[in-house]
Design a protein around this ligand. Sequence first.
Ligand code: UD1
Ligand code: MG
Length: 447
Amino acid sequence: MNWAGIILAAGEGKRMKSAKPKVMYAIAGRPVLGHVIAAMREAGIGKIVVVTSPSAAAVRAYAESLGAAHVVQEQQLGTGHAAACAAPALAGFSGTLLINNGDMPLVTSDTLKAALSAAEGTGLAIVAFQPPDAGAYGRVLCDANGYLDRIVEAKDANESERATTLCNAGTVVADARNFFCWASKLENGNAQGEFYLTDIPAIAKREGVRCAVMEADATEVMGVNTRAELADAETQMQQRLRAKALEDGAGMTAPRTVFLSFDTVLESDVQIGPFVVFGPGVTVRSGAEIRAFSHLEGCTIERGAIVGPYARLRPGAQIGENAHIGNFVEVKNSTVQKDAKANHLTYLGDAQVGAGANIGAGTITCNYDGFDKQRTDIGAGAFIGSNSALVAPVKIGDGAYVGAGSVITSDVSGGALAVTRAEQKEHAGWAAKFRARKGAEKAKKGN
Ligand code: UD1
Ligand code: MG
C-alpha cells in the first residue's frame, strides 16, 4: 500500500503555558512527537510530514533527526489549514493519507492500521473514542448506519450535541487527492474562527463520500493539551511499559515505583528494586540486579552485576559481568570490567576499571580541570584504598595498591604500592599529659 502521514504540530499549545512546543515534552524519555512518528512508522507509513509553527525550529530539527519531512504553517489558522500546508511536501503523492494530531503520544500502530483499513471501503475514515470526560473534545455524530454525520467542536456544540459521549480522536484517513481538494473548501465560520480538520467529513458527504468511524481505546488516543494531561499520559505509558517488562520476564518488587524509558531493555531474570528510574538508552542483561533508588541513563549492565541501592549510572557507564556498584557511587563514561567492585561513595568519570579491581570507599577520579576531561586507567586486580583521589590523566598498573587517603598524580607501576599521605608519627604518653594540663587549666578558671 502507498501510505503517507501528516502530523499536526504547529499549534501554540496555549494550555501548557510554556515556551516549549508541547510535542517536545518527553513521555517515557522521548518527545511526544517521537512517539507519534514511531507508531506511524510501525504501521507501515514511510513518508511523514510534520507541520510546524515558524518559531519551532526545535520541532523541525527533531523531525529531521527521525527522518521525517517538515513544513511551516505560517499562521495558526486551525487544524484543517495545518493539514493543507503539507500539500507541497506531498506533491506527486497518490495514495492514502493518515493525518494525526501531534499530541497523541499513546497511539499504537495497531490502532493506526485499523484506521487505515477502516478507510478502505469509502476512502475516508476518522478515529473516535469514549473518554471518561468528553470535555473539550469534538463530538462525533453518526447516522443511522453508523457512518459519520459530522463532527462538532465542543465550543460550537449545542447542549444536546455536547451530551454525546463519542469523541473525535483527531485521526483522519483519506485519499490524498480528494483530501487536498476538500481542504481547499474549508471555511472558518465557527466559534474559534479556524479552518477545522473536523469539517472535512461534512464536505466529503456533500460530494457523496461516506466517512467510516473506527472506535479506538480511550487511553490510546487521549490528547495532551495541559500539563495535567501530560502527567496522565506519562502514567499510562509507564503502566504499559511496566506490564510489557514483567511479561518479558523482568522481576520488579514494586512495579508502580519503577520508571522506564521507551527504549529500556530489561532481559529476562533481571531484578529491579523499588524506586528505580531508567532514563533513555539503558540495557540490563539477564541475572543483573538493580537495587532500590538507583538512577540509570545511557548505560549497559552485564549479566550478574549488582547496582545500588542509591547508585547513579550516567551515559557511557558500562558495568561488566558480576561487577558491583554500590550505594552513592556515580559512574559516567566509564567501563567497569567483570568482577570489579566500587561499593561505596565513589565517583568514576572517564575511567576504565580492570577486571576484579577493588575501588575503596570515597575514591574519586579527578577527571576535569575546568577545561578538559582526562582519563583514569585502573588495571586488573588493582586495589584503591579508601578516600583516594586519582588525578587524571593517570594509570594504575595491574595488581597495584594505592594506600588509603592518597592523592595520586603520577602513574603507578603494576604490582607496586603508592602512598602519598604524610607518614604517621607517635608520641608515647602524650594523651595523659594533655589531659592533665587541660584539666588543671579548667580547674583554675573555675575558681
Ligand atoms: C482537536 C480536534 C478535536 C479533537 C481533539 C483530539 C479540531 C478542530 N479539533 O482539538 O475535534 O477531539 O483534537 O485531541 O481539529 N495544530 C496545528 N495548527 C493549528 C492548530 C493546531 O498544527 O493551526 C496542531 C496542534 O499542534 C495539535 C493538533 O493540531 O497537535 C490539534 O490541535 P489542538 O489545539 O490540540 O486541538 P484540540 O483543541 O485538542
Ligand atoms: Mg489537542
